[in-house]
Design a binder for this molecule. Structure first.
Ligand code: SF4
Length: 366
């Protein structure tokens, strides 16, 4: 959905855009920071722990120190909104076939060279066109557009944390669930609070090597692995996506290391999506991922015993569907982002009664 439709559907009272906009309606005090001497602050939201002088912003560019008080500048400041199938996020074990009212603000706490949404993720809020969309309005827009889910996505929801938390509340009050699509670069306590607030979290695990995180992401792997373990302990529904990039994160050793780590730390049931890379942003020099590479990644993880390993961005591939790990029959059949059939009965395989983990309410029936 484009911005105009969003406004129409939500009957927004206020439209603001451009560098001249006042930010008064968008600022709320940030959560998770320490006050330091001389009006400095230390942000404790993500592992960067930016120390910020008065009138300065953190690395993400959307949180600002004003007189020793730290503020988010992007509460209700939406720069992108669309209606997507939830399979596009992707979530494959969460309300398959549902529409997700999907939104983003500017900003991100990393800078991935392969970012598909760099125009917004690497911008400050003044550099993009924004729409004022307070939480209740988003919940209303989701309902009006028959979306049972709000998705916080496209850029990095960690940096618009306060907005996610308030919108999830508004959504729940209106009977709409919330899902977060994140790089998982966040500290433990904010993640725990978020995982108690929202209904599912998908983590983009960008590689299984610190080298890649340093050179391609400008971040660190270890905090992301810690975040996945925290999510597992918290019990919120979680899926993992791994974008396979030719020559950078596609070795057998890395796939095997990943599979063994997932098996030992998260268990066999977490869905793991190997997604096809297309040349973007600062990695236009690399080719799209060959499909056999994705199949090799899946085969390695299957051999380690992981139950739900998918191949993404290859429409029509059989590994888009969900198979029962016991009887091997297709229990959710997909083609691209379309759910063709579900063969589940109260979360169990229709054929052999094996429990298939996930949140299956509202699933398209077969
Ligand atoms: S959320 Fe932003 S300001 Fe806070 S530590 Fe991370 S990058 Fe820095």
């Amino acid at each position: 959905m484009d911005r105009r439709t969003f406004l129409k559907s939500a009957t927004l009272p206020c439209i603001v855009a451009g560098a001249a906009e006042s930010d008064a309606q968008f600022i709320v005090e940030a959560r998770f920071y320490d006050k330091l001497p001389y009006k400095k602050i230390k942000c404790k939201l993500c592992p960067r722990e930016c120390v910020i002088d008065d009138r300065e912003r953190g690395y993400c560019g959307v949180r600002e120190n004003r007189g020793g008080v730290y503020y988010s500048l992007v509460h209700s400041r939406v720069c992108s909104a669309h209606i997507d199938p939830i399979e596009k996020k992707p979530f494959f074990h969460f309300m398959p076939g549902s529409l997700a009212f999907s939104l983003a603000t500017a900003g991100c706490n990393v800078n991935c060279k392969m970012c598909q949404n760099w125009e917004i993720s690497q911008s400050r809020p003044e550099q993009v066109r924004n729409t004022y969309a307070p939480p209740k309005m988003v919940a209303q827009a989701a309902r009006q557009n028959s979306c049972p889910v709000i998705a916080y996505t496209y850029s990095e929801p960690v940096v618009f944390y306060e907005y996610v938390m308030d919108t999830a509340d508004a959504g729940h009050a209106a009977g709409v669930k919330s899902v977060v699509v994140t790089g998982g670069y966040i500290q433990e306590e904010p993640l725990k609070q978020m995982s108690r607030k929202v209904d599912a979290i998908k983590v983009d695990l960008k590689a299984y090597s610190e080298k890649f995180y340093q050179e391609v992401v400008n971040g660190e792997l270890k905090p992301v692995l810690n975040a996945l373990v925290t999510l597992r302990k918290q019990g919120v529904w979680n899926e993992i996506v791994y974008l396979v990039i030719p020559t950078l994160n596609d070795s057998d050793a890395e796939f095997k290391g990943l599979a063994r780590w997932v098996k030992s730390e998260l268990g066999l049931d977490v869905p793991l999506h190997f997604s096809r890379f297309h040349p973007e942003y600062l990695l236009k020099n690399l080719p799209p991922t060959p499909v056999p590479t994705l199949e090799r990644a899946k085969a390695i993880c299957d051999a380690e015993g992981l139950h739900y390993v998918y191949i993404g961005n290859v429409p029509g591939h059989p590994a888009e569907s969900t198979y029962c790990p016991k009887c091997r029959r297709a229990v959710v059949e997909r083609a691209g982002f379309t759910v063709l059939a579900t063969r589940l009965n109260k979360g169990k395989c229709q054929f052999c009664q094996q429990t298939i983990p996930g949140v299956w309410e509202g699933a398209v029936k077969g």
